[in-house]
Design a protein around this ligand. Structure first.
Ligand code: ZN
Length: 188
């Protein structure tokens, strides 16, 4: 028997490893379609995986309300001096619930002259601070799920009215929380 031949029950089946002469044959066209379908399957798989990951980390909006002050330079509402505002202010009625955008660990619950009653939640490399609360409903060391309530909006500390100041740090560096909270989901 020569190489390329297979002994079968009904005789000898011959096949070739070489491309057939001429253009694309019908079987080659089918193989192309098969490869395309496999590619589509893989693409579907990866797109679903990315969507699942996005859904897993898609943030919940920390509070319902109106953005009264963006991240960046602004005229301080109390001293009227130009000052860098290291967070985003969301205002609403006192007592509006404040939620954690991601799951994490409550690393601080304290009170300060500037921030009033505040909570810090660590989520992976991020640390998110929630200032000027009326009350905190979590304690240091608590594990929170995405969307869990952290406290109620208030005007404790240096505040002109009830609002929550959202601050965000990435490995210790202040970042703009609007970037991460863009298109956040409504609290559950
Ligand atoms: Zn603020």
């Amino acid at each position: 028997m020569r190489p390329g031949e297979v002994e079968g029950g009904q005789g000898t089946l011959r096949f070739s490893f070489q491309d057939p002469p001429g253009g694309m044959t019908a079987s080659q066209g089918l193989r192309g379609l098969e490869h395309f379908l496999i590619l589509v399957q893989w693409l579907t798989f990866y797109v679903s995986l990315v969507l699942l990951l996005l859904l897993e980390f898609w943030p919940v909006c920390p509070a319902e309300g109106w953005v009264t002050s963006e991240y960046g330079y602004r005229r301080d509402p109390m001293t009227h001096r130009r000052k860098f505002h290291r967070g985003v202010d969301v205002a609403n009625e006192a007592g509006t619930p404040v939620h954690s955008p991601w799951g994490g660990t409550v690393s601080t619950v304290a009170r300060s002259r500037y921030g009033g009653r505040f909570v810090v939640v660590r989520s992976g490399p991020f640390k998110m601070t929630f200032l000027h609360l009326q009350t905190a409903t979590v304690a240091k060391g608590d594990q929170v799920e995405r969307g869990d309530q952290l406290g109620l909006m208030g005007s404790s500390g240096r505040a002109t009215g009830p609002h929550v100041h959202l601050g965000m740090r990435l490995r210790g560096k202040t970042v703009n929380p609007s970037m991460a909270l863009l298109r956040c989901r409504a609290p559950l």
